[in-house]
Ligand binder design. Structure first.
Ligand SMILES: C[S@@+](CC[C@H](N)C(=O)[O-])C[C@H]1O[C@@H](n2cnc3c(N)ncnc32)[C@H](O)[C@@H]1O
Length: 447
């Protein structure tokens, strides 16, 4: 890098934290002349003097954007996504069930795959999400990647870690690409934001801070002082007990930063400590020492999240007495208090099925199997719902899963959510449904 190049590199680091290395030299050599010709200044040196004097900040932003890498994809770093799905989000949802307010910030979101992944996880996990005050903010310094994010039209490469079922549930094919459905898009608010100079973008003053910040594969390009400053800001911007997810190769926070390291399954995450003396309700056993291992079960206190089954026992008698509306309201009330109770979703799904409301049944039963994959009755119900919707291949898969799960249960044992139905009886029902389905179409191989 020549003298002018070094001056521009310094500007980009001061304003945006990005420490340019020798491999950026070529990009800089291409970007600066373009900037000069668009600006009307006579040469790189003259423009540099203007920029260093604080004029045309938008041009320094453009330069920084040209020098950053926007590489990203949905469900990036699977162990981290699993930790979010199984521990972090369930714990936050349970913790926030009272005020139903949740705030998440994807900082350095590039073309949007990261915040949209969080949105999809929340849709899977939270019943009645529309009743929550959800702030899902996604920011980046680069305005053109934000435009792409708002359009939400993605090519195959963005899906390299995405299960097919997720793609089918949330996207519609458009030619060779896939458009994210409006219901997910509207959950995320995108904004241009410089992590080095703009205050954290939390808009709602009632919030005590972000519950979750993701800043992955951003600080890897930052100088050490910028990293230190940014992590200190994140620690301040997080609510007590809030989580920070960094990329696996990003620099880590130093001790004394107010952030504690937690090892969740195969992922390392950071967390702001609780206020001294503050209630730690569902996160008991999570915060505390500087490094802890947390199992999915202890991340959400099962007892607290599921509650006692007594409150669901009234539901079937009510339904059988013809009070289906009351029965449904009863379950919905329980879910309002305990949004993560798989058994309650299962019951709600079965009630919807009884009413012939297949779409609603599907949504509830999918939540039940998502939260607790080993409930045979939920898979049976899913099979019935798919059958009603004419999706017979999926029905077959769901019934087969119910049969597999039931094979490990003694025939006399009552099944969860089955209103006294025993495993043996349910097995017979599953078998009958499977036999009633037309044979699966097979591929013929011509010789
Ligand atoms: C490699 S992408 C990461 C995308 C996503 N977080 C992920 O991990 O898949 C890095 C993004 O950080 C953004 N970025 C870099 N420095 C920034 C800054 N100072 N303020 C805001 N965004 C920044 C870049 O524009 C780029 O889109």
């Amino acid at each position: 890098m020549g003298d002018a190049g070094q001056g521009y590199a310094r500007l980009v680091e001061e304003r945006f934290g990005l420490r340019l290395s020798s491999r950026h030299a070529k990009q800089l050599e291409e970007a600066v002349p373009e900037l000069v010709s668009d600006s009307g200044y006579h040469g790189a040196a003259e423009l540099y003097v203007a920029l260093a004097g604080g004029r045309h900040p938008e041009l320094v932003e453009r330069l920084a954007a040209a020098l950053t890498v926007g590489e990203t994809h949905f469900f990036r770093v699977r162990p981290q996504m699993e930790a979010l799905r199984r521990v972090v989000l369930p714990e936050l949802i349970a913790r926030r069930a009272g005020d139903r307010a949740l705030s998440v910030w994807s900082a350095g979101c590039s073309t949007g795959e990261e915040p949209y992944t969080v949105a999809m996880l929340l849709l899977e996990l939270v019943p009645f999400l529309e009743q929550w005050k959800l702030q899902l903010l996604a920011t980046d310094l680069n305005r053109s990647v934000l435009e792409v994010a708002r359009h939400a039209l993605y090519g195959e490469w963005s899906f390299r870690d995405t299960p097919d079922a997720v793609r089918r549930s949330f996207f519609d094919a458009e030619g060779e690409r896939w458009r994210l459905r409006e219901s997910v898009r509207r959950m995320v608010r995108f904004a241009c934001h410089n992590l080095m100079s703009d205050p954290p973008p939390l808009m709602d003053p009632r919030h005590e801070g972000f519950d979750l910040i993701l800043c992955r594969n951003v600080t890897i390009y930052f100088g050490p002082e910028a990293v230190l400053r940014l992590y200190a800001r994140f620690a301040e911007a997080l609510a007590p007990g809030g989580w920070l997810v960094l990329g696996p190769s990003d620099p880590t926070p130093v001790s004394g930063s107010g952030l504690e390291l937690h090892e969740l399954q195969d992922a390392l995450l950071w967390r702001r400590g609780e206020r001294p003396g503050a209630s730690r309700d569902l996160s008991d056993g999570v915060a505390g020492s500087s490094r802890q291992r947390v199992s999915p079960q202890s991340g959400v206190s099962e007892a607290a999240a599921r509650g006692d089954d007594a409150d669901l026992r009234e539901v079937w008698p009510l339904a059988h007495a013809g009070n289906r509306v009351d029965a449904r309201r009863r379950v919905e009330a329980v879910l309002g208090m305990h949004p993560l109770r798989a058994e309650a979703h299962l019951l709600l799904g079965m009630l919807h099925l009884e009413n012939g409301a297949a779409e609603e049944a599907l949504a509830s039963l999918r939540r039940a199997t998502f939260l607790s994959p080993d409930l045979p009755m939920a898979h049976f119900g899913l099979g019935r719902a798919y059958q009603l919707l004419g999706e017979l291949d999926r029905a077959r898969i769901a019934f087969a899963e119910a049969r597999r799960l039931l094979s490990a249960v003694p025939a006399e044992e009552p099944v969860s959510g089955g209103d006294g139905v025993r495993a043996g009886e349910l097995s017979q029902a599953v078998q009958a449904q499977l036999s009633s389905l037309p044979p699966q179409r097979s591929c013929r191989v011509s010789s």
